[in-house]
Write a protein that binds this ligand. Structure first.
Ligand SMILES: Nc1ncnc2c1ncn2[C@@H]1O[C@H](COP(=O)(O)OP(=O)(O)OP(=O)(O)O)[C@@H](O)[C@H]1O
Ligand SMILES: [Mg+2]
Length: 383
């Protein structure tokens, strides 16, 4: 089974997808720092990282621009950094604004959209806009060509597949029939704009605080000229996702449900002809070393070591529960590996503490980049 080093060899983009809370952000950061440590210039595009992780990457006062993580921070943790790690936090709203600025025919059209209250609402609230903007930023960074590898963390969507449809959904929204009605020269927009404020509209305006319909009309008129540009760009984003130098990694937990989801996600990616590369099963309970020694009596051994029979019984129960979890995880992962036949399934243990700094990422790195033999040895030995 290939390790992560082989999977990512020659790749320019790595997308980490998976359902909420499984460790996408952590894994993306660990993959990026691991590849950077091995000599590449890597940028990780994170979305909503835990504050402590963001702090430890030096991301706290970051805008919508990639910034290099200070190599001294790695040195301090004893990590040899042969390449460069860059990181940025996605700002969906700022990315949307940049996109408008790029698509607008002139500054006036740009400002009309950016200052429009409907746009201001939509750009931060439109369902899927965060997903779409993640793709957009990825595309932009890729086009600039400054990095050997881009690692994309994906937003916590309810369905791990949502983000794949995001560009399509946004263009469909803009193209949508209801909007066409607004944008036609004789459409509602023209009527509203032409008629001036009727009594009804001025009452409405007083209630909502601003002239909603006029804003809507203006928004769609300004947007109409950009639809083609949006579509063309969405098409290029889709091409980039399907490129052979792009790879998708699915991150999941070891419980039954996330595993089912990983299997489903794999199938969907294959159907969509997108380059699926493997699954990272995160937070796995590895079997603990047998405390019994040479087949001895566990409660007696524990009681002797702890000097307290009651405590010994509780520790034994805890140990039993943990072993049951580890066995369940192992069974689930076996099922997953079978489903995916030859594809990579990489396991990362549930560490004792949250992963919030470069040392934590380096610990995860050991498992992500281990060769198959190393992985077997680690799975057997880890408590
Ligand atoms: N292998 C691990 N061992 C222990 N803790 C972990 C591990 N991986 C991730 N965590 C912790 O689990 C929490 C969730 O991780 P993370 O933020 O990476 O998930 P996510 O998939 O990005 O979540 P969201 O879907 O909300 O964006 C974090 O507190 C992180 O430190
Ligand atoms: Mg996250």
């Amino acid at each position: 089974m290939p390790g992560l080093g082989e999977i990512l060899d020659g790749k320019g983009i790595c997308i980490c997808a998976g359902s909420g809370g499984v460790g996408k952000t952590t894994t993306s950061a660990a993959i990026a720092s691991g590849m950077a440590a091995r000599g590449l210039k890597v940028c990780v595009l994170t979305i909503d990282p835990a504050k402590r992780l963001a702090d430890s990457l030096g991301l706290k006062e970051l805008g919508n621009e990639a910034k290099q993580v200070d190599p001294k921070l790695f040195e301090a943790k004893g990590v040899e950094m042969k390449g460069e790690l860059w990181a940025m936090m996605l700002d969906a709203k700022a990315t949307f604004d940049e996109l408008i600025a790029r698509q607008a025919p002139d500054e006036e059209a740009r400002d009309r959209v950016l200052n429009n209250r409907i746009y201001q609402q939509i750009s931060s609230a439109l369902a899927g806009s965060q997903e779409y903007m993640a793709m957009e930023k990825l595309f932009e960074l890729h086009t600039e060509g400054r990095f050997d590898l881009l690692v994309l963390d994906t937003p916590p969507t309810r369905n791990a597949l949502d983000f794949l449809d995001a560009p399509k959904r946004l263009t469909q929204f803009i193209e949508g029939r209801s909007l066409r009605v607004f944008m036609k020269p004789t459409g509602l927009a023209a009527k509203v704009a032409g008629r001036g404020a009727s009594v009804a509209l001025s009452v409405f305006k007083r209630i909502v605080g601003f002239d909603l319909l006029a804003d809507l009309a203006e928004f769609f008129n300004a947007f109409s000229g950009m639809v083609d540009g949006f579509q063309a760009r969405a098409k290029r984003v889709n091409q980039l996702l399907a490129d052979r130098r792009t790879c998708f990694l699915v991150v999941c937990g070891p419980q039954g449900e996330p595993i089912d989801e990983a299997v489903y996600f794999h199938r969907k990616l294959v159907e969509a002809k997108l380059p699926f590369a493997g699954v990272i099963v995160n937070k796995v309970h590895y079997p603990a070393e047998d405390l019994r020694g040479d087949g001895g009596d566990l409660p007696a051994t524990l009681a002797e070591k702890l000097g307290d029979e009651d405590l010994a019984r509780r520790v034994e129960k805890n140990f039993g529960d943990y072993q049951a979890l580890a066995e369940r995880d192992a069974r689930n992962i076996e099922r997953l590996a079978k489903e995916l036949s030859s594809r990579a399934v990489i396991r990362v243990p549930h560490l004792d503490e949250d992963v919030h700094d470069l040392a934590g990422l380096a610990e995860i790195d050991r498992y992500l980049f281990a060769t198959s033999e190393e992985r077997v040895a680690m799975a057997a030995g880890r408590a």
